[in-house]
Design a protein around this ligand. Structure first.
Ligand SMILES: [Zn+2]
Length: 418
């Protein structure tokens, strides 16, 4: 009998929320599952964002090996922003490690453009063109028939209409369900992975609707999570006896208190100097010691690497110490906002560590670290309601011995030699 693996990704749902939704009876299907099997908090990637975390989940590698450190990067040797996509992923996904087996992969973030595989792949966000988001192309008519959507229309989030947003989230969720059901029946597969991303959008735009029971959107939030649970139940009911069923998130979510414009802080501390000519990071002038890319990735402005590089090899250790000190000193209303500053060697290993940020700043709850250039003030309110944290979760329907699971561990749990 062949051993199959079914992976359901639920983007942006923290361990505590998943636990409380099931305990409060809002997610009865998941409650049943978690009662008899393994369910734990899982540490997200560093930084805890979807592109990095999913890249680790599907390859079993850390960013120093797979090369995805964020949604953005700089083109090597320049200050020009670049958006790494699936082609920039330098480690093999589990579906590219085994061509003997058939895989169905739906909506995994950061897997655009879709590449050839034995099976079907529909890429998740950021996916610019639906035609390039599916392999093989012969199935694109199915997506059209299903009115397939990769993501919700996020512009709705700025129109202050909670109802319209909820309608979209549920619509996209239902389309995802129909799509997975189609391919579930259509192919004889070994590995089946589908990711729900409506949950992350819920977290960013509507987090308070669930967490504040007075909120007018509260009942819709409960209804939304019931739909997520229906999705889980629908999958569970299709399982065969020997199937491995994994449910996981890539990172968690929490209420946002303030955005922190870290480059503005570096400017105030005289570590970042900007011209008024050019745009974005191209404004960086000589004399700059460091700059930050989203979310809290700090790069030394190294001589010989960047056009206006100003930190020599001998000065690197000193600048790193200075940066750590000032980040630890940063306060909002007397409250420390940075929990930890990691050096790259503490958190990454592998051949691509050269591309890694020199430091990664981890925030205290609610303080959202930002890159971006030219903001006037350090601390700012945000229109959004939620921001990521590092508390993901992992469920699997068997007994395993993993005390503190990490996103890199997931591939190792797949049965049947993937
Ligand atoms: Zn998100």
């Amino acid at each position: 009998m062949k051993e199959r693996n079914i992976i359901l990704g639920i983007d942006g749902i923290p361990f505590e929320l998943m636990k409380s939704l099931s305990e409060k009876g809002i997610m009865p299907n998941f409650k049943d599952l978690k009662r008899s099997f393994y369910f734990r908090e899982m540490k997200s990637s560093i930084p805890h964002i979807s592109s990095v975390s999913w890249s680790s989940i599907i390859t079993g590698k850390n960013p120093g090996e797979h090369g995805i450190f964020g949604f953005t990067d700089l083109i090597r040797g320049t200050y020009t922003l670049n958006y790494p996509n699936f082609n920039a992923l330098k480690s093999k996904t589990f579906w590219h490690q085994n061509h003997e087996k058939t895989h169905v992969i739906i909506n995994v973030p950061a897997t655009y453009p879709a590449k050839s595989l034995n099976g079907v792949h529909i890429a998740g966000f950021v996916a610019l063109d639906l035609e390039k988001a599916i392999f093989p192309k012969k199935y694109s008519y199915i997506l059209k028939k299903l009115n397939y959507m990769i993501d919700i229309d996020s512009s709705l989030a700025h129109q202050q209409s909670q109802d319209k947003l909820f309608d979209q989230l549920i619509k996209v969720l239902e389309i995802r369900k129909k799509t997975y059901q189609y391919f579930w029946d259509k192919l004889d597969w070994h590995n089946f992975m589908v990711v729900i991303t409506s949950t992350d959008r819920f977290g960013h735009f509507l987090w308070n609707t669930y967490h504040n029971s007075e909120n007018i959107g509260h009942s819709r939030a409960l209804q939304f999570f019931q739909k997520i649970d229906d999705f889980i139940g629908d999958l569970r009911d299709r399982l065969k006896e020997d199937d491995n069923f994994i449910i996981l998130s890539d990172h968690g979510m929490e209420e946002i208190k303030q955005n922190m414009n870290l480059n503005t802080y570096l400017e105030q501390e005289n570590l970042l100097k900007l011209s008024n000519r050019h745009k974005n990071y191209n404004r960086i002038l000589e004399g700059t010691k460091a700059f930050v890319l989203d979310p809290g990735r700090v790069y030394l402005n190294k001589k010989g690497l960047y056009p206006n590089g100003s930190v020599s090899k001998e000065d690197e250790i000193g600048v790193i110490e200075e940066l750590k000190k000032i980040f630890h000193e940063l306060k909002y209303k007397n409250q420390k906002v940075i929990k930890r500053v990691h050096e790259k060697y503490e958190i990454y290993n592998g051949a691509l560590i050269d591309k890694a940020p020199d430091l990664v700043v981890l925030e205290n709850p609610g303080f959202n670290p930002k890159g971006g250039i030219g903001k006037k003030i350090i601390f700012e309110d945000d229109d959004f309601s939620g921001m990521h944290n590092d508390s993901a979760f992992l469920f699997i329907n068997k007994d395993i011995d993993l005390k503190t699971p990490k996103v890199e561990d997931v591939v190792g749990l797949l049965g049947g030699n993937t």
